[in-house]
Every structure is written in structure tokens, then in C-alpha cells.
Write a protein that binds this ligand. Structure first.
Ligand SMILES: [Ca+2]
Length: 270
């Protein structure tokens, strides 16, 4: 397994805000001057890729993914639980617990439910590798959980970075069904593994891991960017996707024009 060095923690200073009496914590970076002044309030939840041991940063891609999460608007993470040390929920974290943390963050009037009485928020859910599927699962739960009123079932942006998961630890899923309550899917992936792809044998599994094909339904707008489709980024491997996706993802949430994105694949609609 190819290990990537940790990024220096030289991120913008963050202001930590406790959201209610629960265990959600929101970090909000200082408002950037180039952000649309009329942009809606955003919150973000992140789900990291698989790691062999407890330390997610021992596996390639997760440190770059963590840096991206820290730069995202209104990051909601686990302030007091299993993942308190990280800006994301780890691959083997309980998605129901992540949902509990999210409810506390969104429930601004502290009545236990998320409705139109709470501050409106555009929610971003971001997942890398195994975490891409955990993010998908969280989004699906938002659509059915009794604590969310129907008016709050929507997730503005699902950002999936090389989503990959196996069934019974062996069989790779071919597609990733995108829940219909997603406003826009932004997937960034690689579909052809370079010879030295970090994921050929990694995390106790036999790779390589390439991003799964999104399948969209309903009114969800879907974008599927593929680094493997152009010479300039054909060597981007599984561990390299978070770093290469960082600039366009930040442009997306800052409502800026996209620069330097790889070619887009046509998305299946079912
Ligand atoms: Ca509420």
C-alpha cells in the first residue's frame, strides 16, 4: 500500500460553535470575500475512506480528504463521540449516530425535530471511497427519518469522491444509486487504474478501487467527472482523487465558476 504523507495542518483558523447541548460541533471558516453574499447558509458532513486500523490518516487519500472537509462551509462533525478527533466520520462509524449529530446541528430551535421552524440550510454531504457509500446511506436516511419534516428531506449537494464499497467484503458494487432527495450530485472519480494505483492491494482488500458509476432518478441533477478521460490526469489514482477534486469542490460550494475539471461522463438515469 502506498502511504501518503500527512498534510501540514495549515488550514484557515476556524471558529468552533457548539450547536445546542448535544454533541454536534460546527466549525465555520471565516467568510471569504469572494463568496456570493446572497448564498444560503451551508452545512457540511464528511465521511472518510476505509483504513486498516483506527488511524484513518494511515491510509492514502484520507489526509487530503480531511483537509478538504476542514475547508468546507459549516462543517458538522462528531464533537464528543467516536470520531471527535476528526473532521469526518470514519468508514466504520455508525451512520445512525452521524444522523443524530446532524439533527442536533440542524435543529436550531431545539425542539428535537428539523422543520421549517429551524434555520434553512443547504446541506452538503461529502464522502470519499467507502465513505461515499456511507454518505449516500446518510442521505437516504434523511429522506425517511421521522425527525425531518418533508420540507427538510432535501440534500442540496452530494459530493462523492471515488465512491467504492464491497458487499460481504468481497464483491464490488458496480453502481451507486443516488437517492432522489439529492439536489445535485457532484461525483469526481477515476475509472481506469494506473499501473501503480495505491489501491491495487490496500486496506486488506484486493483492488484497484475505481469510482462507482452513479445512477440518478427523479429531479436530481447529476455530474460525473472522470479524471481517467484526459491525458493530464490519467495518472490520478484512488488516493489522488481527494487532492485533485479539492479545487473544483470548493468552487462548487463557493458558487464560483468551475476551473480545470476533467471531462464529464453522461449519467445513467433509472
Ligand atoms: Ca427544530
Amino acid at each position: 500500500m502506498k502511504l501518503r504523507s500527512l498534510l501540514a495542518p495549515a488550514l484557515a483558523s476556524v471558529t468552533m460553535l457548539f450547536a445546542g447541548a448535544g454533541c454536534a460541533m460546527q466549525s465555520d471558516e471565516t467568510a471569504s470575500t469572494d463568496e456570493d453574499a446572497n448564498a444560503r447558509v451551508q452545512m457540511t458532513m464528511c465521511f472518510s475512506g476505509r483504513s486498516l486500523g483506527d488511524d484513518p490518516y494511515a491510509s492514502g487519500g484520507n489526509s487530503e480528504f480531511g483537509a478538504l472537509c476542514k475547508a468546507m462551509p459549516g462543517l458538522v462533525h462528531d464533537a464528543a463521540g467516536h470520531d471527535a478527533a476528526y473532521p469526518f466520520f470514519r468508514w466504520n462509524s455508525n451512520v445512525d449516530h452521524a444522523l443524530d449529530v446532524l439533527v442536533v446541528a440542524l435543529d436550531t430551535n431545539h425542539d428535537g425535530v428539523v422543520t421549517n421552524m429551524d434555520t434553512p440550510v443547504d446541506l452538503n454531504v461529502v464522502g470519499y471511497s467507502w465513505g461515499g457509500f456511507n454518505a449516500r446511506d446518510l442521505i437516504a436516511k434523511i429522506a425517511t427519518d421521522h425527525r425531518f419534516s418533508p420540507s427538510r428531506h432535501g440534500v442540496a449537494r452530494f459530493i462523492a469522491l471515488d465512491p467504492y464499497r464491497t458487499d460481504d467484503l468481497v464483491f464490488a458494487k458496480v453502481e451507486m444509486d443516488v437517492p432522489a432527495n439529492v439536489g445535485t450530485l457532484w461525483e469526481f472519480r477515476h475509472t481506469v487504474a494506473p499501473k501503480d494505483d495505491c489501491s491495487r492491494i490496500a486496506w486488506g482488500l484486493v483492488g484497484p478501487f475505481t469510482g462507482r458509476t452513479p445512477e440518478c432518478t427523479g429531479s436530481t441533477v447529476c455530474h460525473d467527472f472522470d479524471f481517467s478521460l484526459q491525458a493530464a490526469t490519467v495518472n490520478v489514482d484512488h488516493c489522488g482523487v481527494p487532492a485533485h477534486a479539492t479545487r473544483p469542490v470548493l468552487e462548487i460550494v463557493r458558487n464560483q465558476p468551475l476551473t480545470g475539471t476533467p471531462p464529464e461522463r453522461r449519467v445513467n438515469r433509472i
